[in-house]
Design a protein around this ligand. Structure first.
Ligand code: ATP
Ligand code: MG
Length: 430
C-alpha cells in the first residue's frame, strides 16, 4: 500500500515513545520561568504579515527569504510565525498590559516556521521556549534574563555550552559604527557574497552574522561595536557584566555577535556549543528597546530570549544525558472471560484515580499475548483475572521483576492492599 503523502520537508514528528524527552525539558523550563516570576503567554500561530515585517525587520533573512506567507480567502496576507517575540509584543500592546503594572513578564512555547534549507539543527518547523520582559531599562533585568537561560542550561546538565555576550548599542552610537563598518566592508566588495553586498547599504552589521566562510573570515577584522558605544550604552554593558560576575555566571564578550533580527539594541547574547555541528546556537536573545514603538506603541523598553528546543535535545542526545522516563506502568490486569474483563475495567479505574498508570487488555488478546504486552510496556505489577478469581473475590498481584506474588481482595480494600504491597516491596529494596 502506498502512502498518499509523507511529512513536509524540514518538519519532524515527535512519537509517543520520544515525547517524554520534550516533556522533561519543558518541565524544567516551566519551573525556571516560574521561579523568576514569568507566566505563560499563548498567541496565535499566524498573524498579519506586517507584524513580522515590522517586528522582525525588513532587512533580516527571516523577512526577506524565510517567511511562510499566504493570502487568505478573504484576501488578507497572513504569515506563520517565524518567531515568538512579535506575537507576544502585539498581544501586550493590544491588551494594554502596561496599564496593569510593570514589568510585564511572559514566557512561551511556540512552533516556528521558516523556509530555510533543512539540515541537522535547522528545520522549517521548529520549536522555541522563550521569555519576554517589558518596561525596564535596568541592566539588572538583562542579567536576570541571562541568568534564567543559564539556569535552564545548567539544570539540563548540558556541557560545553558557552555564553557569549555583546552590546550592539543604540541608534545613536550605531550610526557612527555603521559608517565605519561600511567603509571597511567596501574594501572587500569583490569577495562578499551577494546577500552581504545587498546588506552593505541597508544594514552592514548583518554582514557580521553571515554564515558563509569567506564573509565570516572578512568579518573577523571588522571594526568592533564595543569601540563605538556611547556612554550610556557602555555603562549599561559594564553593569550587565558586573551583575553576571556577581552571580558567578561565566561568559565571554564577543563583538561579532549581532543577532539575526533587526530589533535588538544594547545587550545581545547567545549560548553556543560546538558539539552538534554548524548549528550550534541553542539560545539567543537580548534587549530590543525600539520594538514596541516600531509596532505602534509608546516607548516601552523590552528584552527576551528564545531557546531552540530541537537543538537543545540534540545536544542532550549527543552528550548522552539521560532523561528519566517516569511513565512506568504500575499495574497490568490481564483478563480471561467477560466477567473478568468487566471487573478489570472497574478495578483499573480505581488505580488510575490514585494517579498511577494502569492498563488492561483492550483488543481481546489471549492470555499469553496479554502477558507479553505487559512485559513490553515494562509493567511493574500484573494481575491475572479469570472466573476463579471473580468467584473467590481474590487475586494474586505479581511483582514482574522478582516474580513474587501477594494476595489482594477484589473489593473496597483492593487499592489499600495494592498500595501496601508496593510499600513493602519498596522497604525490601532499601
Ligand atoms: P541561526 O543563526 O542559527 O539561524 P537565528 O539567529 O535565526 O539562528 P533566532 O531567531 O534567534 O535564531 O532563534 C532562537 C533560537 O531558535 C536559535 O538560537 C536556535 O536555537 C533556534 N532556531 C532558529 N532557527 C531554527 C531552525 N530553522 N531550526 C531549528 N532551530 C532554530
Ligand atoms: Mg536564522
Amino acid at each position: 500500500m502506498a502512502l498518499i503523502t509523507k511529512k513536509i520537508k524540514g518538519t519532524e514528528d515527535v512519537l509517543p515513545k520520544e515525547s517524554y524527552k520534550w516533556q522533561f525539558v519543558e518541565k524544567i523550563m516551566r519551573e525556571e520561568a516560574r521561579s523568576y516570576g514569568f507566566r505563560e503567554i499563548r498567541t496565535p500561530v499566524f498573524e498579519h504579515t506586517e507584524l513580522f515585517a515590522r517586528g522582525v525587520g525588513q532587512t533580516t533573512d527571516v523577512v526577506q527569504k524565510e517567511m511562510y506567507t499566504f493570502d487568505t480567502k478573504g484576501g488578507e496576507s497572513v504569515t506563520l510565525r517565524p518567531e515568538g517575540t512579535s506575537g507576544a509584543a502585539r498581544a501586550v500592546l493590544e491588551h494594554a498590559l502596561e496599564n496593569e503594572g510593570l514589568p510585564i513578564k511572559a514566557s512561551y512555547f511556540v512552533s516556528c516556521y521558516r523556509y530555510e534549507k533543512p539540515q541537522a539543527g535547522r528545520l522549517r518547523e521548529f520549536h522555541q521556549f522563550g521569555i519576554e520582559e517589558y518596561g525596564t531599562q535596568d541592566p539588572v533585568a538583562d542579567a536576570e534574563l541571562i541568568s534564567l537561560a543559564s539556569s535552564v542550561i545548567n539544570r539540563l546538565q548540558l556541557d560545553s555550552v558557552h555564553l557569549q555576550i555583546n552590546s550592539i548599542g543604540c541608534p545613536t552610537c550605531r550610526a557612527e559604527y555603521h559608517k565605519a563598518l561600511k567603509s571597511y566592508f567596501e574594501g572587500y566588495k569583490d569577495k562578499l557574497c551577494d546577500t552581504c553586498l545587498s546588506r552593505l547599504d541597508k544594514n552592514p552589521m548583518r554582514i557580521l552574522d553571515c554564515k558563509s566562510p569567506i564573509c565570516s573570515e572578512i568579518a573577523k577584522d571588522a571594526p568592533k561595536i564595543t569601540d563605538y558605544l556611547c556612554d550610556e550604552c557602555r555603562n549599561h554593558f559594564d553593569a550587565v557584566q558586573k551583575y553576571l560576575d556577581a552571580a558567578g555566571i561565566e561568559y565571554t564578550v564577543d563583538p561579532t555577535i549581532v543577532r539575526g533580527l533587526d530589533y535588538y539594541t544594547k545587550t545581545v547574547f547567545e549560548f553556543v556549543t560546538d558539539c552538534i555541528g554548524a548549528q550550534g546556537t541553542v539560545c539567543g536573545g537580548g534587549r530590543y528597546d525600539g520594538l514596541i514603538e516600531e509596532l505602534g506603541g509608546k516607548h516601552l523598553p523590552s528584552l527576551g530570549f528564545a531557546m531552540g528546543m530541537e537543538r537543545l535535545l540534540m545536544v542532550m542526545d549527543k552528550q548522552g544525558i539521560e532523561i528519566p522516563d517516569n511513565d512506568e506502568c504500575m499495574l497490568y490486569i490481564a483478563t480471561m472471560g467477560d466477567a473478568a474483563k468487566v471487573k478489570a475495567f472497574e478495578l483499573i479505574k480505581q488505580v488510575r484515580s490514585c494517579g498511577m498508570i494502569a492498563e488492561t487488555d483492550v483488543i481481546g488478546r489471549g492470555l499469553r499475548a496479554q502477558m507479553k504486552y505487559a512485559d513490553k510496556i515494562d509493567a511493574r505489577y500484573s494481575i491475572v483475572l479469570g472466573d476463579n478469581e471473580i468467584e473467590q473475590n481474590t487475586a494474586k498481584v505479581k511483582n514482574m521483576e522478582t516474580g513474587e506474588t501477594a494476595e489482594v481482595t477484589l473489593d473496597g480494600h483492593f487499592m489499600e492492599r495494592f498500595v501496601e504491597i508496593q510499600l513493602s516491596d519498596e522497604q525490601k529494596n532499601k
